[in-house]
Design a binder for this molecule. Structure first.
Ligand SMILES: C[S@@+](CC[C@H](N)C(=O)[O-])C[C@H]1O[C@@H](n2cnc3c(N)ncnc32)[C@H](O)[C@@H]1O
Length: 479
């Protein structure tokens, strides 16, 4: 033990989070095989789209809707100890803020619009310091258990709390395993006349041990270096390298996502740029590594990991974060992935609403009403199935926040179809998405599918609405 590791952060309730007696329930909610459409009228041919490969591939990633403390306990108890080569986290910062995701609803015909502000998460203020430390301390300890021997943890924070967390990380990982304090500098936004603009975040990087994975990253040489060359200034030993100069621990070349029209902008507060995650993932993991983000937000880590050939697990407890991540990965057209839930008390799955036994809409719950499906033979082996959403009603409490009585098309974010619902896990085979990020009434609420010819169908439809709620209906059809 290093001498400095005897120095620890103390607070009265330190170590009070006890997990042992909690009973953890795990449930797979959805198996998602991304196959998206936004079309209104053409036939969506599942066979051509998927080469008949429905549900054959192993999922490459797992999204968990959960408190990450429970999830990490579940992972440790279920064979994931020492499995992750990289964990990146971007937790709350003790910033005293309530983070909302604001989106626009618009009706084309009479040009009315409104904004919906959806709560995502609440960050503690300095009076919640003790609560914050009690939150982060046991979680960081579990992350260490989950890291492989060559694994790394990157903790993204800012000036509010990073110095306290650094001391906790030294205690948990040992200061000898502290590799870098990366300073990410960015511009934009407003400033204060009482102090310098606060325009950087800190990313604390710890290795589990000495043999951590590291692939050096490079930046372009400055114009001056390129003009002069290195040899003249530093001597004969120094030559310019083709890859560029070795990257330092301060990064000024990646901007925050500021423009509301940026393609990357998913209207998720605190969303981090893909370029930032790309640098971290490339530096500290290998192709095929298992990586995680336990505070996933909009799913940046999963999206970039997928692009770079890593397997991933992400987790968030906010429905808007989960929904944003789901939609992002479906749009990206990634390989199959799952949506799973961890809770500390078993809750049976919500009872699906059957067409034959139509549930009366309750005044508070959301409900979905589909038209009875129309199914016509197409040829000897396939049929054409027409699915139409007749009505959708969002939860009463959510509707109260709107100024107008919006049509149901405005309130649906996206919807999915399981052509062969097994009564247990929703197997999302087709997803109907919006083209744009404005919630106008152009969303397609019908779909014509060419499907294998059968005598009976049990089709499930799941709608995600703009408030982050999901509702399912099962349609049964027989010849
Ligand atoms: C700063 S945001 C992450 C943003 C993300 N890096 C991105 O690029 O979009 C923090 C996220 O942590 C989630 N969160 C906070 N406490 C959590 C907990 N105990 N378990 C799971 N998620 C949590 C919040 O819901 C929020 O989405």
């Amino acid at each position: 033990m290093l001498k400095e590791d005897k120095i620890k952060l103390h607070w009265d309730s330190k170590g009070s989070t006890i997990l042992d007696e909690k009973e953890i329930a795990h449930q797979t909610i959805e198996f998602i095989n991304p196959c998206q459409t936004s079309s209104n009228d053409s036939i969506f041919d599942l066979w051509i789209q998927k080469n008949d490969q429905v549900r054959t591939e192993e999922p490459n990633g797992r999204i968990f809707r959960a408190d990450n403390l429970l999830l990490m306990k579940f992972l440790i108890d279920n064979g994931y100890r020492e499995s992750f080569d990289l964990i990146y986290i971007d937790p709350p910062y003790l910033s005293s803020s309530a983070y909302n995701s604001t989106v626009k609803i618009k009706e084309t015909a009479n040009n009315t619009s409104d904004y919906v502000s959806r709560p995502v998460f609440l960050d503690h203020g300095t009076d919640g310091m003790e609560e914050y430390l009690n939150h982060i301390y046991p979680r960081l300890k579990m992350m260490k258990e989950l890291l492989s021997v060559k694994g790394s943890l990157f903790v993204h924070l800012d000036w509010h709390i990073s110095h306290y967390v650094k001391i906790l990380l030294d205690e948990i990982f040992s200061s000898a395993n502290f590799i870098n304090e990366i300073v990410w500098c960015y511009g934009g936004g407003s400033g204060s006349k009482r102090h310098f603009h606060r325009k950087h975040d800190m990313i604390l990087w710890y290795g589990k041990d000495k043999e951590y994975i590291f692939h050096p990253q490079y930046r372009p040489y400055t114009a001056g270096t390129l003009e002069r060359g290195l040899t003249r200034v530093k001597g004969d030993k120094y030559q310019l390298h083709q890859e560029g100069a070795l990257m330092q621990d301060w990064w000024t070349d990646i901007n925050k996502i500021l423009s509301p029209t940026a393609a990357e902008n998913l209207k998720f507060p605190t969303q981090k740029p893909e370029a930032l995650l790309k640098r971290i993932i490339l530096a500290a993991s290998n192709q095929g590594s298992l990586v995680a983000d336990f505070y996933a937000g909009s799913g940046t880590m999963a999206s970039v990991s997928q692009e770079l050939g890593r397997r991933w697990i992400i987790c968030d407890e906010s429905p808007i974060a989960i929904q944003t991540s789901l939609e992002r990965l479906i749009k990206q057209g990634v390989g199959p992935f799952t949506l799973e839930e961890i809770s500390d008390a078993y809750q049976p799955p919500a009872e699906p609403c059957f067409q034959m036994r139509q549930r009366e809409p309750s005044p508070v719950a959301s409900y979905l009403r589909m038209k009875p499906p129309s199914i016509q033979p197409f040829n000897e082996s396939s049929a054409l199935m027409l699915l139409i959403i007749e009505d959708y009603k969002a939860q009463e409490s959510n509707l109260a926040s709107l100024k107008e009585d919006w049509g149901f098309k405005n309130l649906i974010d996206f919807w999915e179809v399981d052509l062969n619902y097994d009564g247990n896990i929703f197997n999302s085979e087709v997803q109907v998405l919006r083209d744009k990020k404005v919630y106008d009434d152009s969303l397609s609420t019908s779909i014509k599918l060419r499907v294998p010819l059968r005598n009976e169908y049990q089709v499930a439809i799941k709608v995600y609405d703009i408030f982050g709620d999901s509702t399912m209906q099962v349609l049964e059809w027989s010849k």
